[in-house]
Design a protein around this ligand. Sequence first.
Ligand code: NAD
Length: 436
Amino acid sequence: MSATPQTQQDLDRIAGLSYLNPAAPEPWASFVEQIERVRPYLGSLERWIETLKHPKRTLIVDVPIERDDGTVAHYEGYRVQHNLSRGPGKGGVRFHPDVTLNEVMALAGWMTIKNAAVGLPFGGAKGGIRVDPSSVSKGELQRITRRYTSEIGIIIGPDKDIPAPDVGTNAMTMAVMMDTFSMNRGGTATGVVTGKPIALGGSLGRQEATGRGVFITAREAGRQMGVPIEGARVVVQGFGNVGGIGARLFHAAGARVIAVADHTATLVNEAGIDIPAAMAHAAENGGLKGFAGASPIDIEDFWRLECEFLVPAALEGQLTVERAAGVRARIVVEGANGPTTPAADDVLRERDTLVVPDVLANAGGVTVSYFEWVQDFSSFFWTEDEINERLERIMVGAFSAIWKLAQEKHVSLRTAAFIIACQRVLEARAERGLYP
Ligand code: NAD
């Protein structure tokens, strides 16, 4: 994730934070750069902008466990609460061997923006542990999760900070976190995490929500650009929770998904891929490799395919400047977090390719997480239709406000989303005032 600093400016960006390594400023420096781009639009709220460059609370924890062979292993864990001005923290927990404090800080910052851009009453937070979940046994992973939850238990809670799944974690991780927090508290607290199994207070529609939000925002962008979904050619990178479900919804709405990629294969079929069949193949074989309904294509050619919608829904940093220069899509819809580098973003804008930014396009997941939290508070659960209707309303409303501002200010949808979000956060900050 780290890069060497490009300029003195890179160093200056993190200069105020002694605990970051100035030689590896990314991705926190990217986040700070995105905040700086909003400065001219803040009016009197500019006075408060430094708030967004200083995470409110940064906790580093040691996670020791006894391994199955009797040795003791230590893992480094984090929970960062970037900003809590608008409500309790909200954001996922990532289990990955390369996760760093710098990365968790940036991800927490993006959660502040995402929650505010969509209008959810949360601040931004994120957590992580430096562990490869596939390198430890099931029992070891559970001990890591329990000890981590206990360690960060001093700052999380249903009204303080509510974790959720992210890369390397899932509904079962959330079940263990909920149980650990509840054991320590001496009472069941379903609302401490979201993305839980349904039997433990999870929400219907949560698993599909991010892919559904990607589809809704793509459809709205298409409407503005005169690009109907029906008959549109769609290219999707990532065939998991976000990309797979997004592809299925495009397919069901009459679009032609002409190319899909996952970590096992990159496939194309200009006539349109049978997405339910591809999903069944991927579920059975652990990936798309060997799917007979499409042909392999080089990954660099994949990015150059002519299409109406290009959906990067796998990893960060996929759309580089080089790849962006070859993109022949009308609209890029960012299903993944941070799939487009800031320089590539500029290239796409010069080429008149509309980018629906991650903080809007993939906000469907946290929106239904919000519904889950609300349902847990009242212990009253909604139907899937009610959830999907409310998700639709929130996503369409957020898209429309961001679109309108982008037109008024002649800025990208990303900058417009950041302007709306920063104004909401800093207005809350200003109205609350500084303590003491
Ligand atoms: P996932 O693990 O379900 O799926 C990831 C997919 O990416 C898999 O199909 C995998 O094979 C593919 N992939 C991995 N490496 C690849 C590579 N090198 N080339 C091509 N494909 C590759 O994960 P997900 O939940 O779908 O998350 C995908 C992205 O969306 C991440 O950036 C995540 O942070 C973001 N996101 C997810 C949610 C959510 O609710 N799941 C919400 C917001 C953002």
